[in-house]
Design a binder for this molecule. Structure first.
Ligand SMILES: [Zn+2]
Ligand SMILES: [Zn+2]
Ligand SMILES: [Zn+2]
Length: 347
């Protein structure tokens, strides 16, 4: 019998189609033909002049802005979805509608000079540096009165909306708090009023006790398949200690977070042969709304299914993979360092 499962925070239901559920290995992706396009990639060394001028870079000493020699490089998006980052929002009504100017920031955070290595394949030190760059850019925008929220996301693979192969994240500074975050804050508040505790802390304690949905954990972070996973192989990363702000991580926590993120993504990469995915960082809004209450986390959503009429019409996802089976499958994916042959693209 299919099972309806409810998320304890958003109260959203998903259907786990147990009988239609596919065995985890059937989600493995077909081998991809890798097109070697480094010669024309504006995110590769030597092409710095093809992007808007950098707003931040971690560089080798002695190298100048907009030249090679960087390890993480941040540039404004050439075709920004929001911007500029200052001015008048001018909220106004048009008949029954509300409209305002789409002010904001839209940046591209180029993860490393490596065209073919995403977070799953990069060395631990580089992943730590990448997370540090997310925090640095997050903090730069914090004092901008126009911005109510900064969302950092990664699109990986064409099917997940990545228009460039070269690994990068995007930062969206926007003048509103996203519905998804508002919904979580309201859900955490409701749960706290009812039970007196943080729903996500309770989720973590329970998941660590039963263990069947755990993918990986280190001393500070847990990577797990949510009980009410919306999509096959949905994977969350959550700090074990309650904290509202990802940007408040200590250096030690950044390193542990990098280890957990890299491991979670490596398990998807090797287990399912580099599936397309999106991930995003959910942290408390700048305004203090959700401070204390919020429990920040990263949600990784592989793009292995499509939302069809039922999902769009009902908001209820039909998930054809049992989260427990997905987690068990990912737990067993070996974690050796990739060999040079695996980590380098075949051309
Ligand atoms: Zn490139
Ligand atoms: Zn918590
Ligand atoms: Zn979330």
């Amino acid at each position: 019998m299919p099972e309806l499962r409810q998320d304890p925070v958003t109260l959203k239901w998903v259907t786990i189609a147990v009988e239609r559920a596919k065995r985890p290995h059937t989600f493995t992706q077909a081998p991809k033909v890798v097109v070697k396009a480094t010669g024309e990639c504006p995110f590769c060394y030597g092409h710095e002049g093809e992007t808007p001028p950098e707003v931040m870079a971690y560089r080798d000493p002695g190298t100048g802005p907009n030249t090679a020699g960087w390890s993480v490089r941040v540039v404004p998006n050439l075709y920004p979805a929001f911007g500029p980052a200052s001015g008048d929002l001018n909220p106004r009504h048009v008949g029954p509608y509300t409209v305002m100017n789409g002010l904001g920031a839209h940046e591209v955070l180029i993860s490393s000079p490596e065209h073919y290595k995403d977070l799953a394949l990069l060395p631990q030190d580089q992943v730590t540096l990448i997370l540090k760059s997310y925090i640095d850019r997050y903090l730069v925008h914090r004092n901008n009165p126009v911005l109510k929220y900064v969302l950092i996301i990664v699109n990986h693979g064409k099917e997940a909306g990545a228009s460039r192969e070269h690994p990068h994240a995007q930062l969206f500074g926007i003048p509103i708090v996203p519905h998804t975050v508002v919904e979580e804050i309201e859900g955490l508040q409701r749960y706290k009023t009812e039970k007196g505790t943080c729903a996500y802390c309770d989720v973590l304690a329970y998941e660590m006790k039963v263990g069947e949905r755990i993918v990986y954990e280190n001393d500070k972070f847990v990577v797990f398949a949510p009980y009410a996973s919306k999509v096959p192989f949905e994977t969350w990363l959550m700090p074990k200690s309650h904290g509202a702000h990802f940007e408040a991580m200590s250096d030690q926590e950044v390193r542990a977070c990098g280890d957990a993120l890299r491991t979670g993504l490596a398990k998807l990469h090797y287990g399912l042969n580099d599936p397309p995915f999106n991930f995003y960082i959910h942290t408390a809004p700048y305004s203090g709304e959700g401070n204390g209450l919020y429990h920040w986390h990263i949600e990784i959503l592989p793009k292995l299914s499509i939302w069809a009429g039922f999902e769009l019409g009902s908001g209820i996802m039909i998930n054809t993979a049992l989260p427990e089976s997905a987690a068990e499958f990912l737990r067993k994916v070996p974690l050796e360092e990739p060999s040079p042959a695996q980590a380098t693209a075949v051309t």
